[in-house]
Design a binder for this molecule. Structure first.
Ligand code: HDD
Length: 693
């Protein structure tokens, strides 16, 4: 192996192609090599026959570089292509030893490494972070008994009951195949055409049109395993389980207009937020909770828990919190970790088993299959992000990109030729010995799956009035993008069955002169008791913990006030971002030059939870004339943020004619009133600034 390149350049100065030196960072710079380890002396210019002549095929350095580059991309995920991920740990604090043997759910205090990937569903890998869309919530637990993948969403139900319909659903929501748009959006004809012909999707569509699908950031979403799974004890007895992730910071959503603003101003808003929170050591955490129930309990539910369009209200089966996941380390390489991670709901350790949910059963096939084309080889499990962290011994061999070098003669079982060859594990994975279903083989949907509207109604009626108005708005927005009137009308026909008032509001918003005929439910619609736990606004207590507050300042801002507001916000747990007109800084009243965290003009108001204006009167008057600055403050107000101001800041508020309310407050010495107001949105303002349908 060559030790060093001939005439290696000095670490500080490298000679480029034109012979002029360019300076590079001081440090130990190993020689650049090709992938074969050949040291490269000139990485600037290809090999040519004469200084102005053609490039030579002989240039293996150029060919290797370009060939590798040409093949850098792999097929993106067919769904959930855009994702953001982080490493972390899961720590169990309450053992489930009574109902399962799975060590990850029984060994209290053990820190199980995890890799968690959040995603949008419909958009491509390069699409934006804030469309109205379901968020994927996939967790790989590297347990001592093999990898467990809990591949869920931030919504506890799904659009369809049977995996047979998944390709149709995805084809309907993705960009329309003739025109190649819209990207990352459900507001188009094919999606609503399909949905309006699939009454089973009505429950999930209520969630999709709610604030759940426009989360403030990934740190503020819930996660759900969706399906019922089984837990198995040492005797093989089964208990059903549903898995829930609850964000320790609580739930938070954007307003639709904020999501739209963010899509343009910061397409990476959620990826950036997750990354920065972890870099700042504000580690996001989720509690893992379970709902446990028996076959006999399930028989009493007014729905079939094997139907993935149904949830089990937590008022019916309470949540038991058993542990916490903390994401504490960013990936070091986006491709090697985020892109190459391969989740599969079929990856479960002993002590956990599947249920007969027909959607889950189809998923058990799809994920492994998709990795074969996406990652190109059955050896994708050897990639560091996918490999188990516990000892493992298999008899699988060879294949494309085999990176292991197994030794010995034995690649089969049973064997007697080698002492240490792997044998079956007596306490390994066991399937639940479920009795065979009594009815005949066939493409049958059970009668118990026939009610498509009761839980859609339950969800709608569990939202508070503002959330209900947001849902009506979302439906009007989406259906107004649908070009085919019959599709809009068919949807309103379904809404009539879910809730008459919702249907009327949407019909008004669409300008329908008369209500279209109501859909005909296949089963009687039940008035189930509302579940308050399904509201976001009502259940999230005010808090500034790990929220982001902007302080806008400029030349001559009051240095003491600025410091006091900053201190008060940090004390309340907020992340403070100082914004000034110029990135180089502003000279404060005490003569110090204060550099901001970001330039005001490049920072969308939607990125902040509240805004403090610490300004001199002169600067405030100037900013009022600057459309970008004025828009920033107007939007913060329209997005229902608290706005704190000193005397100068008040000049700006008045110049913009913002109607005073409790959320527009003077900054007292310790900014107490503002800090309190900033801990929540100013919901009372909403109807005044956005007429709701
Ligand atoms: Fe799926 C990816 C979640 C139904 C087929 N799915 C994927 C991801 C999540 C989910 C979070 C991204 C994983 C990652 O970050 O890499 N999927 C769900 C949930 C479902 C669901 C919660 C219903 C409860 N999925 C579902 C069905 C099928 C698939 C019914 C097919 C029959 N899903 C896939 C897939 C993907 C996938 C095509 C694309 C990329 C991948 O698997 O690795 O196989």
């Amino acid at each position: 192996m060559p030790k060093s390149p001939p005439s290696a350049p000095s670490p500080q100065v490298q000679v480029g192609s034109g012979g002029e030196p360019h300076h590079i960072a001081v440090g130990t710079h190993p020689p650049l090599t090709t992938n074969q380890g050949i040291p490269v002396t000139n990485n600037q210019t290809s090999l040519k026959a004469g200084s102005r002549g053609p490039t030579l095929l002989e240039d293996f350095i150029l060919r290797e570089k370009i060939t590798h580059f040409d093949h850098e991309r792999i097929p993106e995920r067919i769904v959930h292509a855009r994702g953001s991920a982080a490493h972390g740990v899961f720590e169990l604090h309450t053992s489930l030893a009574k109902v399962t043997t799975a060590k990850v759910l029984t060994e209290v205090g053990v820190k199980t490494p995890v890799f968690c990937r959040f995603s949008t569903v419909a958009g491509g890998a390069g699409s934006v972070d804030t469309p109205r869309d379901v968020r994927g919530f996939a967790v790989k637990f590297y347990t001592p008994e093999g990898n467990w993948d809990l591949v869920g969403n931030n919504i506890p139900v799904f659009f369809i009951q049977d995996a047979m319909k998944f390709p149709d659903l995805v084809h309907a929501v993705k960009m329309e195949p003739d025109r190649g748009f819209p990207q990352a959006a459900s507001a188009h004809d094919t999606f609503w055409d399909f949905i309006s012909l699939m009454p089973e999707s009505m429950h999930m569509i209520m969630w999709a049109m709610s604030d759940r699908t426009i989360p403030r950031s990934l740190r503020f979403i819930e996660g759900f395993g969706v399906h019922s799974f089984r837990l198995l004890d040492a005797k093989g007895r089964a208990t059903f389980v549903k898995f829930h992730w609850r964000p320790v910071l609580g739930l938070q959503s954007t307003l639709w207009d904020e999501a739209v603003q963010l899509a343009g101003a910061d397409p990476d808003a959620h990826r950036r937020d997750l990354w920065t929170a972890i870099e700042d050591a504000r580690f996001p955490a989720w509690d893992l909770a379970v709902q446990l129930f028996s076959e006999a309990d399930a028989a009493e539910f007014p729905f079939d828990h094997l139907d993935p369009t149904k949830l089990i209200p937590e008022e019916l089966v309470p949540l038991k919190v058993i542990g916490r996941m903390t994401l504490n380390r960013n990936p070091v390489n986006h491709f090697a970790e985020n892109e190459q991670v391969a989740y599969c709901p079929a990856n479960i350790p002993p002590g956990i088993d599947f249920s007969n949910d027909p959607l889950l059963q189809g998923r058990l096939f799809s994920y492994l299959d998709t990795q074969l084309s996406r990652l190109g080889t059955p050896n994708f499990d050897q990639l560091p992000i996918n490999a188990p962290k516990c000892p493992f011994h298999t008899t699988t061999r060879d294949g494309h990109m085999q990176t292991r070098v197994p030794t010995g003669r034995v690649a089969y079982e049973p064997s007697s030729l080698e002492r240490d060859a792997p044998y079956e594990a007596p306490r390994g994975f066991q399937s639940f010995a479920a009795p065979a279903e009594p009815d005949a083989k066939g493409r049958i949907r059970p009668e118990s799956f026939a009610d498509h509207y009761s839980q859609a109604r339950l969800f709608f009626r569990s939202q508070n009035p503002l959330e209900q108005a947001h849902m009506a708005s979302a439906l009007v927005f989406e259906l107004s993008k649908v070009e085919t009137p019959a599709v809009r009308e068919r949807m309103v026909g379904h809404l009539r069955v879910i809730d008459a008032n919702l249907a009327q509001r949407v019909a008004n918003g669409l300008g329908l002169a008369t209500l279209p005929p109501a859909a005909k439910p296949a089963a009687p619609v039940q008035d189930l008791p509302p579940s308050p736990a399904l509201s976001i606004i009502d259940k999230t207590p005010p808090s500034l913990q790990d929220r982001c507050v902007a302080i806008v300042y400029s030349d001559d801002s009051d240095a003491k006030k600025l410091a006091a507001v900053d201190k008060a916000l940090r004390k309340a747990g907020a992340k403070v971002q100082k914004l000034a007109p110029k990135i180089g800084g502003a000279k404060l009243s005490d003569g110090t030059l204060q550099a901001p965290d970001a330039r005001l003009a490049g920072s969308p108001a939607a990125a902040f939870d509240a805004v403090a204006l610490v300004l001199s009167s002169a600067a405030a008057q100037q900013l009022a004339q600057d459309d970008t600055a004025a828009t920033f403050v107007r939007q913060a107000y329209a997005h229902l943020k608290a706005i704190g101001h000193d005397d100068g800041g008040k000049v700006l508020v008045e110049a913009l004619h913002l109607v005073p309310d409790d959320g527009v407050c003077a900054l007292d010495a310790k900014a107490l009133v503002f800090v309190e107001a900033a801990a929540t949105r100013q919901w009372d303002r909403e109807e005044r600034v956005h007429p709701l349908p």
